[in-house]
Design a protein. Structure first.
Lengths: 336, 622
């Protein structure tokens, strides 16, 4: 029996999409609908869980199972679900405020537990649904409704946090770079363990162009480096620039000046996240920002696998639990 | 096993209340648990009250560090661990000064003489040796025992360090107490062998200390006689001693088996609920998955996630943790998924009194969520009742697709009593059905209602039933997001009516005593035993007083209003400032009288009798 072949349209729910016209979320939704049919997973086996925020309306638009939960907690609902239903493919949809501010704790813990789910973090560096306050990823000095004199917070990088939690799959993509986004989502879905995909997403109402340096095709070549496993980090219009590791830091070099053997070769499989962390810390405008897969480490046990393995082992070694036996174990006495 | 019998005179008594008090490192809880088990195995009815500080090792020898364990064992059915003590064992001066007020005049006071040195007096902040005080010697039968010295002598041949040897002195005390109350050493000998089997020198030293304590009682001239409590006349069956949290955990395991569902338990450690986690995690072979979350919110949300997936999902905490779970609980109610939320209440507010009991989270359980968010609330009345009410919580949750709050408290969670082990066929069956695609071309309606107003529990993985749930208001039947004013009114009323309708399917309120009279005492939760005992005594004294104990708090039993109105007065004793009283007044317009205590301690029967007698006409001779 072969599975029915699904198309992107089969994954659209009957609900009207209500994001602002021009929002980057549309692109991510379109790529998700395009990628899912390629995975061969039946729709009823897929669950989207979100928190609160613009991005978190996502599950309503997918013809799968879904839960629009509460602010910041999506990873925890996913933990309960995936631990008890490892047969399901679970996606968490979240934003920079949802995952990194109110939900920061859960974000760290789901990653370190390595639950086998996929997290897509829509990063627009602003609170959109509450109409324009600064977020934990807003830049220092950014003027918003709640920071008229400029933000005094140092921004948080989701990739750095994820690597510090020793997440097993860490990636970044752009809503405007649809082909790249589709490929990264697909890779995330294939990874065993928690996959984190940060997507630079433009909020054209409250933070328009905040990441134009990466999003706009003309600027992208100089400001973004596309990571490829086993290959040097090259960028620039003519791939004329590259990255070299010097001591404990990275620097930009001109390829004409440096032999290829001296360039940093990207290793997404390195279990030691130190160099991957250096990549995550490359920030515009000093450095080009990496997109693609920073880290994809296999052979790390997943939480859902382990919690179920313990149950199986207990049943195997002690036999299926029987209430009679439980109640009568230990000291009892009989009243005639 | 060596069977030891006393050659001294044995006096038969109907019941004994004894408290063991010492430093929190002295092993008093162990001593108490052993005495309880041994008494239960002897066929007595037992009730216990462990009382310990929140600190694991409070400064040694200080009053703050005193740990106590009270047990009543009797040949008649009892419902409380007793008000006043017949005997008190104290290991140091701090234990003496903090507990002596509960010992009845003429009661037995056994003191570890070696724990009463100048250093100990200083730590306990007493000026002089209380064992030499006239008031102590005149009021009680003081028996001074050099327990530390005698224990050292008894275990000397086992080659333990003095520090380890001194740790055996609680077993010496145990041996002496066992002699005094005619208890068999056998269950404790078995316990020692199981517990210390891997350390044979420690095991044999503890056994030596236990026997030495027994022998001391038998030979010392300080005790002329020992006491015997005959077996109680409990209804026929097989019994075991059980603690409240253990019974609650077993009830959850039983409910999972009865409903053919695996159990997911998401929780965060908190006193006094953590023992439920410790117990459940032992039973993975029943399909139990325990998740120790990063915080209370995560524990609640993971529980909802598991419920969405079709698993029996449970979380537990105490007041502060329940406060953190409130928002997610509201989502659980909105999603209309079945789950159980356990609150083992402790003294509040804020961090409050973590190891002490209170009933002050009733209104939190009722109303502690934003918006109109009613959920069913039920409460066990005793340690063994935790088993039945855990099953009942899951039954109600699945019957009408709603989170159910199970309100236990520290007193019944840590207390223990004999539990008549149920036969499997006496337990309720819990039928659960998940819908499948009808293939009739009609769209699936996730918020269509059944006769109990519950909605279908359609779980991911089911073909054709894909749907989305969430915290935004749902459209009637379709479950789609809806901002329609009339729909919000309808859904709000529907969720409330669904919970109210449960009253049709729970038992009517039972009354102990006449169904009308001068006074009705209404109680809930862990105060059951004290209230029942007080009412019984007053009835025996000829008062027209009855007792109604509520196990269902939301909704309340359908006959409760009429019942309240059948009495001249209603007294509501609670370990809070009048929370049930507020609910009863608002629901039934009955002017209830409160008796409220928040001292971290359970009610004494005597204080309740005093309250009752102040409210009823003088007793009619019967």
């Amino acid at each position: 029996m072969s599975l029915p072949v699904l198309k992107a349209a089969d994954f659209a729910s009957d609900q009207d999409v209500r994001w602002c016209p021009g929002c980057g979320d549309y692109s991510i939704l379109a790529q998700m609908k395009k990628v899912l049919p390629e995975l061969g997973v039946p729709r009823e086996k897929i669950v989207f869980i979100s928190g609160i925020g613009c991005s978190s309306r996502f599950p309503y638009y997918m013809n799968t199972y879904g839960m629009h939960s509460i602010h910041g907690r999506a990873p925890t609902f996913a933990t309960g679900l995936k631990s008890t239903r490892p047969d399901l493919m679970v996606w968490v949809i979240t934003g920079d405020g949802d995952a990194l501010s109110i939900g920061g704790n859960h974000f760290i813990h789901v990653l370190r537990r390595n639950l086998d789910i996929n997290i897509v973090l829509f990063n627009n560096r602003i609170y959109g649904l509450t109409k324009g306050q600064y977020s934990p990823t807003s830049t220092e000095g950014q003027v918003t409704k709640s920071t008229p004199m400029g933000s005094i917070d140092h921004p948080l990088s989701p990739l750095s946090v994820a690597l510090a939690a020793e997440a097993t799959f860490v990636a970044r993509s752009l809503d405007a770079h649809v082909k790249h986004l589709g490929e990264v989502l697909k890779r995330a879905s294939q990874h065993k363990g928690t996959s984190l995909v940060e997507v630079y997403q433009n909020c054209n109402v409250f933070n328009d162009g905040a990441m134009a340096y990466a999003q706009e095709k003309k600027q992208r070549a100089d400001n973004v480096v596309e990571l490829e496993h086993g290959k040097p980090l090259v960028f620039g219009k003519d791939n004329e620039k590259a990255i070299r590791l010097v001591g404990t830091h990275l620097e930009i070099v001109n390829r004409n000046d440096v032999p290829d053997d001296d360039l940093l070769i990207h290793d997404e499989k390195d279990p030691n996240p130190s160099i991957q962390m250096m990549l995550a810390r490359m920030r515009y405008p000093e450095m080009p920002e990496p997109i693609g897969i920073l880290r994809d480490v296999d052979n790390v046990s997943t939480y859902d696998e382990q919690i179920n393995a313990q149950v199986d082992l207990a049943k195997k070694t002690r036999g299926e639990g029987e209430l009679e036996k439980l109640f009568h174990a230990g000291d009892t006495w009989v009243v005639g | 096993m060596q069977f030891m019998t006393t050659t001294k005179h044995v006096k038969s008594v109907s019941g004994i209340t004894v408290r063991l008090a010492g430093d929190s490192g002295d092993g008093m809880q162990l001593l108490g648990t052993q005495l309880t088990n041994t008494s239960a195995l002897a066929g007595n009815d037992v009730a216990t009250f462990p009382d310990f500080p929140a600190e694991i090792r409070a400064p040694r020898g200080t009053r703050a560090g005193v740990s106590g364990f009270q047990v009543q064992f009797a040949k008649e059915e009892i419902f409380t661990p007793g008000d006043t003590l017949d005997a008190l064992v104290v290991m140091n001066p701090a234990a003496l000064v903090t507990n002596i007020q509960d010992l009845r005049k003429g009661g037995i006071l056994i003191a570890n003489e070696d724990g009463f040195t100048d250093k100990d007096f200083k730590l306990a902040k007493v000026d002089a040796n209380p064992l030499e005080a006239t008031v102590i010697n005149d009021s009680y039968r003081l028996i001074k025992v050099p327990m530390t010295q005698l224990t050292r002598t008894a275990v000397s041949e086992h080659g333990l360090s003095p520090k380890i040897a001194d740790r055996c002195k609680n077993f010496f005390a145990m041996g002496l107490v066992y002699w005094l109350f005619g208890r068999s050493l056998d269950p404790t000998l078995r316990f020692i062998e199981n517990k210390f089997g891997k350390k044979p020198d420690v095991a044999s030293a503890n056994i030596a200390a236990l026997r030495a304590g027994w022998a001391f009682g038998e030979t010392t001239e300080a005790f002329g006689e020992s006491y015997q409590v005959e077996a109680a006349e409990l209804s026929p069956g097989t019994y075991r001693n059980i603690m409240g949290n253990q019974a609650l955990a077993w009830g959850l395991v039983a409910a999972s088996k009865l409903s053919k569902k695996d159990l997911f338990y998401g929780t965060y450690p908190i006193t006094p609920a953590s023992d439920i986690l410790h117990e459940l995690t032992k039973h993975k072979n029943f399909g139990v998955r325990t998740f120790q979350a990063e915080d209370e919110i995560s524990a609640m949300c993971a529980t909802i996630g598991a419920a969405f997936g079709g698993t029996m999902a449970v979380t537990a905490s105490s007041g502060p943790g329940i406060a953190l779970k409130a928002e997610a609980m509201g989502l659980g109610m909105m999603l209309e998924l079945p789950m159980v939320v356990v609150n083992v209440q402790r003294g509040g507010p804020s961090t409050g009194l973590p190891t002490k009991t209170e009933q002050s989270d009733l209104l939190q359980a009722m109303f502690g969520r934003n918006g109109e968010s009613p959920i069913p609330v039920i409460a066990p009345r005793s340690p063994a009742d935790c088993f039945d009410m855990a099953i009942e919580a899951w039954r109600i949750a699945t019957e009408c697709m709603v989170p159910v709050m199970l309100l236990s408290d520290g007193y019944i969670a840590n207390g223990s009593e004999p539990w008549k082990i149920p036969t499997l066929d006496s337990l309720p069956q819990i039928e659960i059905q998940h819908p499948v695609d009808s293939n009739d071309g009609e769209p699936f309606l996730p918020y269509l209602r059944d006769e109990n107003m519950g909605r279908p529990w359609a779980i991911p993985g089911t073909e054709g039933l894909m749907h989305r749930v969430g915290g935004l208001e749902k459209e009637h039947q379709t479950g789609n997001v809806s901002y329609d004013p009339a729909n919000h009114q309808l859904m709000t009323e529907t969720r409330a009516a669904k919970v109210a309708k449960i009253a049709e399917r729970i038992p009517e309120q039972e009354v102990y005593g006449e169904s009308s009279g001068d006074l009705l005492v209404v109680s809930w939760g862990g105060t059951y035993g004290a209230c029942l005992t007080a009412v019984r005594r007053c009835q025996e004294a000829g008062h027209r007083v009855s007792h109604a104990h509520l196990r269902y708090l939301n909704p309340m039993p359908r006959n409760l209003g009429d019942l309240l109105k059948s009495f001249d007065r209603v007294l509501v004793p609670e370990l809070n400032m009048g929370q049930l009283r507020m609910l009863l007044r608002s629901a039934y317009l009955v002017d209830c009288i409160g008796y409220n205590k928040v001292q971290g301690k359970p009610f004494a029967v005597s204080e309740l009798i005093e309250q009752i007698e102040a409210l009823v006409p003088a007793a009619v001779a019967v």
